[in-house]
Design a protein around this ligand. Sequence first.
Ligand code: CO
Ligand code: CO
Ligand code: CO
Length: 360
Amino acid sequence: MNGWSGSIRLAPLPLPKLVEMATKLTANVKAGGCASKLSPKILDRALRSVPRVTNEKVLVGYDTADDAGVYDLTQIGGAPLAMVQTVDFFTPIVDDPYTFGAIAAANALSDIYAMGGKPVTALSLVVFPAKGNVEDLEAILKGGADKIHEAGCVILGGHSISDDEIKFGYAVTGLIDPQKILTNSGAKPGDVLVFTKRIGTGVISTALKKGIAETEHVNESIQQMLTLNREAAEALSGLTVHACTDVTGFGLLGHAREMALGSKVTLEIRASAIRYLPGAIEYSLAGAHSGGLNNNRDFVESCVEMDSGIPPEIEALLYDPQTSGGLLLSLPAQDAAQLAGAYVIGRVKDRGTKPLEVIA
Ligand code: CO
Ligand code: CO
Ligand code: CO
C-alpha cells in the first residue's frame, strides 16, 4: 500500500469549515486511550481459534503476546537485519486534538522500543466523523506527525474511515538486529524488575471524563504520555536485559502476567515501590476506574497472589490501563543499577503457585 486510501479521501487543504462541534474530544468517547481496548478475555478466546502458521523467518510472532512481531530480513551472506512491526490506535484520551495525536504516536512507537528496535516508517490510521471539525483533524494529524518525526521516523501514508467515534494511531515498522531482540519471555529467577514511568494515566483520564480531575494532575499525566520510550530503550544498550515489555492497555499486572507466563517464572511485585502519578491514588479512591481496568482485573486476577494488606485503591491501580506507559524490564541487579531513570519494583523468582505475587 502506498499513500492514503480509505472510505473518505482527504481533500487538499485548506478545507471549508464544516459544522462546528464541541472540541471536547473525550466527551463522545466511551473509554479513553488504551482503556478502549477489547477485553483481554474476548481477544484471547478469539485468537485461540486462529490457525498458527509457522515460518522460519518469523522471529517473534503473536504466540507469547509480545509487543510487536519480528521478521528476519537477513540475506544469505549478508549482515543480520530484521523488521519489527506493530499497530496501535485508540480513542481520545485528552481534549486537545494536537496533544491526542502526539500521544497516539508516542504510544504506537512504544512497542518498537519495547522490542529493542529503531522505528523507521509509519502509516496513519484515522477514524473521524464525517461532520467533525476539520481543524480538529488537522491538529490530530499534526500532533501525530510531529511526534513521529521526533522519533526519527517517517510517515509513508495512511488509511481513513468516517465514523462517529474518533480513533487515531499508527502502524509502525522498525529495524532491529535479530540478535538483540528484547522479548517478554526471557525473565530469569534472580533478576530484578524495573519500571521506567509512573502508573495512573487511566484513572486520571477517567477522572477527567468525570470532571473531577485537577488541571496539574492532567498535565503531569499528559507530559508522561508524550514522553517517548526511546531514551529508556537506548539506555539499555550495553546492558544485559532478559525481558522487556511496555506497560499499556492491560495494565501493569496484565503485561507482567504475559512476561511471567512467557518466561515460566513468578514475578514478585512490591506495590509500595511503584510510583504513581500525582492524583492517581486519590482518583482511584474516588472510584475513577474505567471499564478497561475492570476487564483487566477480571482476566488477570486468577494469576495473582495479592497480599491482603494492599489497599483496594492501590490494587485497582495495578490493573489500570496505561496509555504510552513505561518499560517493564527484567535484568540482573548489577545492570539495573546502571539504569538512570528506572526504578526497582520487584524481582523474579522460580515459578511458584501463581505467576504473579504482589507484596505490600
Ligand atoms: Co506493548
Ligand atoms: Co501495542
Ligand atoms: Co518485546
